[in-house]
Design a protein around this ligand. Structure first.
Ligand SMILES: [Zn+2]
Length: 311
């Protein structure tokens, strides 16, 4: 798998690395900041906490969990004036933005059943810029970011509409169909809120590059877990890579799932049919569960390690 890198000025790299080793960049991750805070807490504070714990135990009050929640940021693609892909069926137009929201809501329910916390980038039909979607996930300190879409690629042969599910990670590609698809999904970029590379400082680029590099492997593992479960409910089109702008801002492992071709009747039915849509959501939620616990399960860890990304 080839590595994606932002354009960097090499003379800033040393400074960037220094920043990271000095701990400044690590404080982008709340867990590290929390650890620092814990180390600096005073002995007297610790004694007070110990006393409070003892008092609570005597009163039969269960201690509050200090475990950091596992938050899944769910991004239903498009919304508002951006319909995404659409198809005319009789008198009605079916849009990608409505189908992605249906999948996102079912997925959130399935994840919550499994003890995950969820946060939506949108939960109704409204405009959210691509940059704001990951900014929201970063602010929520999400553990992973999942963007839900439907494939909009036009078939070469009108009588032969492709079908199936594919999961993408952020990386450069030589594959023309992946490039075309990313262009379609990035089309909404005519967005004044989106920062251009020229308005981003070199330090920001360096830190971003390090974050992207660190997230490449776990993003691939997450994509592999998702695809391994999704192929039970749909045709498997594999794990692919492309430069999807919506994934670029994520400070956590991130994937984009093309949950089917909007032009294909069976792919569309898999989402509009509540029972089939639920099966799709269950498959993604099971995959998130596998990914979260992969280090405790050698068989899953091995499977995710061995899976291949198509170029
Ligand atoms: Zn889309």
């Amino acid at each position: 798998m080839r590595k994606f890198r932002l354009p960097l000025k090499s003379n800033y790299l040393g400074f960037g690395i220094c920043l990271i080793f000095c701990g400044a960049a690590f404080c982008l991750r709340p867990s590290h900041c929390a650890a620092d805070d814990a180390n600096t807490s005073s002995q007297s504070s610790s004694k007070i906490q110990q006393k409070t714990l003892q008092n609570n135990q005597q009163k039969g009050i269960a201690p509050a969990s200090t475990k950091r929640p596992y938050v899944v940021a769910i991004d239903p693609g498009h919304g508002g004036i951006d319909n995404g892909a659409s198809i005319r069926i009789g008198a009605r137009t079916v849009t990608e933005k409505e189908l992605t929201l249906l999948v996102a809501k079912d997925l959130a329910e399935e994840l919550r059943k499994r003890g995950f916390e969820t946060v939506f980038t949108r939960d109704h039909d409204n405009d959210v810029s691509l940059a704001d979607r990951t900014a929201l996930a970063n602010r929520a300190k999400a553990s992973i970011f999942i963007s839900i879409h439907l494939n909009a690629l036009e078939p070469k042969n009108k009588n032969l509409v492709p079908n199936g599910i594919e999961t993408y990670i952020l990386n450069s590609t030589n594959d023309n169909s992946s490039k075309r698809l990313a262009d379609l999904e990035n089309n909404v970029l005519k967005d004044s809120k989106v920062k251009s590379a020229s308005s981003t400082s070199n330090i920001e680029l360096i830190v971003k590059d390090v974050i992207l590099e660190a997230n490449l492997k776990p993003s691939k593992e997450l994509a592999c877990a998702v695809q391994a479960h999704l192929k039970k409910v749909a045709r498997d089109r594999g794990i692919r890579q492309a430069l999807f702008y919506v994934l670029l801002g994520a400070d956590m492992p991130s994937i984009l799932i093309e949950t089917g071709f909007i032009a294909h009747p069976d792919d569309r039915d898999r989402i509009t049919n509540p029972k089939r849509r639920r099966a799709l959501a269950v498959a993604i939620a099971q995959a998130v569960d596998d990914f979260r616990h992969r280090r405790k399960n050698p068989a899953i860890a091995r499977q995710l390690n061995q899976c291949r990304v198509k170029d």
